[in-house]
Design a protein around this ligand. Structure first.
Ligand code: GAR
Length: 219
């Protein structure tokens, strides 16, 4: 994957703002990956129009056509990905749990963005739960996908302060802006072949930990 531009599919279920951030990053010819396909499990996903407007091929594999046959749905997904010679899969608000079979067939080549500082707040309603827990720092995570939901080696995280008067909406918007910054970084590093995993931890070749500290609140 370190030579040429890696072919990427973005899997969406909704509005696709993270998808749009990845498309924008990959519009730079110096970016090491090209967005070759946007795939949705919902025909009404808003992101499909956004992708088409950006000139990206789109495809729908509607999970409802497969009823309870989760594996049939995933075999159809996998078939489309292979037909398009996809090398890396980015989950971007893709709201279907994936079976171990599908995850295993894309192991090390599939990443996800999650709106929380994992392993805190896996699952849904992360911002409401962060507010209820009273955390002072919240954020977003890009990680390699493993069979267990919202787990997997962490590639990059971004943190934001939580204000006393934050609403769920305000916090969601602040975190989403972080998602849009860190997801292209995670994809870039994976496509550049910088990421290795040992004992469940990612190492990003050439990266260092910044030495700044975020303390919240401040008086
Ligand atoms: C994003 O906040 C993403 O982190 C989240 O869904 C939203 C999709 O928004 N994903 C998850 O919660 C996965 N566990 P988008 O369609 O505008 O990118």
């Amino acid at each position: 994957m370190a030579t040429g531009r890696a072919k990427v599919a973005i899997l969406i279920s909704g509005r696709g703002s993270n998808m749009a951030a990845l498309i924008e990053a990959a519009a730079d010819p110096g970016f090491p990956a090209e967005i070759a396909l946007v795939l949705s499990n919902r025909p009404d996903a808003g992101g499909l129009d956004r992708a088409a407007a950006a000139g990206i091929p789109t495809k729908v594999v509607d999970h409802k056509d497969f009823g309870k046959d989760r594996e049939g749905f995933e075999r159809a997904l996998d078939g489309v990905l292979r037909t398009h010679h996809i090398e890396i899969v980015c989950l971007a608000g893709f709201m279907r749990l994936l079976t171990p079979w599908f995850v295993a067939s894309w192991e090390g080549r599939m990443i996800n963005v999650h709106p929380a500082l994992l392993p805190a707040f896996k699952g849904l309603d992360t911002h409401a739960r962060a507010l209820a827990a009273g955390v002072r720092l919240h954020g977003a995570t890009v990680h390699l996908v493993v069979p267990e939901m919202d787990s997997g080696p962490i590639i990059v995280q971004g943190a934001v302060p939580v204000g006393d008067d934050d609403t769920e909406e305000a916090l969601a918007a602040r975190v989403l802006a972080v998602e849009h910054r860190i997801y292209p970084l995670g994809l870039r590093w994976l496509a550049e072949g910088r990421i290795t995993v040992a004992a469940g931890r990612c190492r990003v070749a050439g990266a260092t930990a910044p030495d700044d500290v975020m303390i919240a609140p401040r008086l």
